[in-house]
Design a protein around this ligand. Structure first.
Ligand code: ADP
Ligand code: ADP
Length: 227
């Protein structure tokens, strides 16, 4: 069974008298171990699709089954729980807390999940080592380069062993050499079995994915196969 199944998913934003149909009849299956890139021009529905996949927003039509569970009708609190338990997020602007060091940033999702201090520390060290940042654990975000910040963010996204790693323009603030390094980390994680979904404008970045979804005017076209 797919870990993600979208069935006829639609999303309409209602702003006063104006309705914008951001997604129309989207059907999509994502399987464990897949590496998916969501592409498409500005305004085509990528963010809306990502927000729904990431349980940050609900569809206004159709169903979303995540790991077999219908999450389309959950309330905000239930969605927040699912996000923390099942999903890991990486953002273009890293979204690290500036006042605490790398390892404390990585420990945060485990704090919310209620894990004990020793277990948090152990898993955070392991995750930072996995992204090649074992030597920078005590550094605060402003003492790290962009690529190092994104490594911290990836480590943070991994520590609760998510079903899916979701990354929204993860290389959007990085130079091309650093972008390659970051994409190689996603590639290595995917090779170890992590399911990865990224949004990107850039064909060079999308080329790391195995499955491509192209959004256009709220519709999503899927293409499977080797990049
Ligand atoms: P991206 O850079 O990923 O294409 P956008 O600029 O489309 O993102 O959107 C950024 C944020 O603003 C998203 O959370 C999106 O839902 C929201 N947004 C986009 N268009 C509108 C709009 N017309 N009215 C209100 N919010 C919007
Ligand atoms: P993309 O990420 O591909 O740029 P979005 O999903 O942000 O596309 O937007 C798709 C369409 O929905 C656009 O027409 C956008 O203006 C509109 N939209 C996105 N978010 C909102 C919102 N919160 N309120 C109203 N319209 C929105």
């Amino acid at each position: 069974a797919p870990i993600v199944r979208l069935e006829g998913v639609g999303k309409t934003y209602q702003t006063g008298a104006v309705a914008v149909e951001a997604l129309k009849e989207v059907n999509l299956d994502v399987f464990a171990g897949d590496f998916l890139a969501i592409m498409g021009p500005s305004g085509s529905g990528k963010s809306t699709l990502m927000n729904i996949l990431g349980c940050l927003d609900r569809p206004t039509a159709g169903r979303y089954l995540l790991d077999g569970q219908d999450v389309s009708t959950l309330d905000d609190r239930q969605l927040a729980r699912i996000r923390n338990k099942k999903l890991g997020f990486v953002f273009q602007n890293f979204q690290l807390l500036p006042r605490i060091d790398a390892i404390a940033n990585v420990e945060l999702p485990m704090l919310y999940a209620g894990l004990g201090g020793k277990e948090r520390r152990r898993r955070a060290e392991e995750a930072l080592a996995r992204v090649g940042l074992a030597e920078r654990m005590g550094h605060k975000p402003n003492e790290l380069s962009g690529g190092q910040k994104q490594r911290v963010a990836i480590a943070r996204a991994l520590v609760n062993q998510p079903l899916i790693l979701l990354a929204d323009e993860p290389t959007g603030n990085l130079d091309s050499k650093t972008s390659v390094e970051i994409m190689e980390i996603f590639q290595a994680l995917n090779a170890e079995g992590t399911t990865v979904i990224i949004i990107t404008h850039e064909p060079d970045i999308a080329a790391y994915a195995r499955t491509h979804v192209t959004c256009r005017d709220g519709r999503a076209a899927l293409r499977r196969g080797d990049a």
